[in-house]
Design a protein. Structure first.
Length: 237
């Protein structure tokens, strides 16, 4: 006899019905949000009794705060952001979190400005010399203090003999604003996900010095994250 309660659509029989009919799903405007956007716009969740409502966010800090407060049910998120909230580092109180799935690997870039390129700073060795010989500190941007972009930037700089917290200045800039900051001369380089690095290159505002996959091949990058409270309150969802 077939047990109709077993299988991916078992909720149809009432046993695994999702507790919520709609999910508010946060995302940032990056190429690696494609999986959640496609899932939502193509109705991938509807056969399971769910509707995915996409909620575009302006910054990772904004996304984090809404995720913790419950304004967002789940979100396309930096790998490190979820762990930082869980551990209570980065200026927020500890909140138990959950990583539901990995969304992508690789795909981040470290770019330098056109101004540095004109000065002949087009190699790691040249950057090292420039940083230690110049009177003015260079300013590099990343997207979130406990995010992967900060980790790639700091690690790469340190590997070239540049102290990431002493030899240069580090600032936080939301991904969609990176190119504008580079164009305005407020930063000398940045680490961010696509399409913003490619956009800077296409506009002749800078060039790509290194990619994150050259630092850690096939590294985890963005995840689908939520609070543990959400998982416990809505397990079927």
């Amino acid at each position: 006899m077939n047990d109709s309660s077993v299988g991916p659509l078992a909720w149809v029989n009432g046993s695994d019905a999702p507790e919520k009919s709609a999910i508010d799903l946060g995302f940032m405007a990056l190429s690696d949000c494609a999986s959640v956007v496609v899932a939502a716009t193509q109705g991938f969740a509807q056969p399971y009794g769910l509707t995915l409502n996409l909620k575009r966010q302006t910054s990772w800090a904004n996304l984090r705060d809404k995720l913790v407060s419950g304004e967002l049910d789940a979100a396309h998120s930096l790998y490190g952001l979820i762990y930082a909230v869980h551990l209570g580092i980065g200026g927020v109180a500890s909140t138990d979190m959950a990583v539901l799935m990995g969304l992508n690997q690789n795909g981040q870039s470290l770019n330098l400005s056109h101004g540095l390129q004109n000065l002949g700073v087009i190699s790691p060795e040249a950057l090292d010399r420039h940083v230690h010989q110049s009177r003015a500190k260079l300013t590099f941007a990343q997207t979130f203090p406990t995010g992967t972009h900060a980790m790639w930037l700091y690690y790469w700089l340190a590997s070239q003999g540049i102290h990431p917290l002493q030899d240069v200045d580090s600032v936080v800039v939301p991904p969609p604003q990176m190119v504008a900051h580079l164009q305005a001369g407020r930063i000398d380089g940045f680490c961010v996900g696509e399409p913003w690095a490619a956009s800077a290159v296409q506009q002749d505002l800078g060039f790509t010095m290194a990619t994150s996959q050259s630092i850690w091949p096939d590294h985890p990058e963005k995840v689908l994250g939520c609070t543990r409270e959400f998982v416990e309150q809505y397990p079927n969802t």
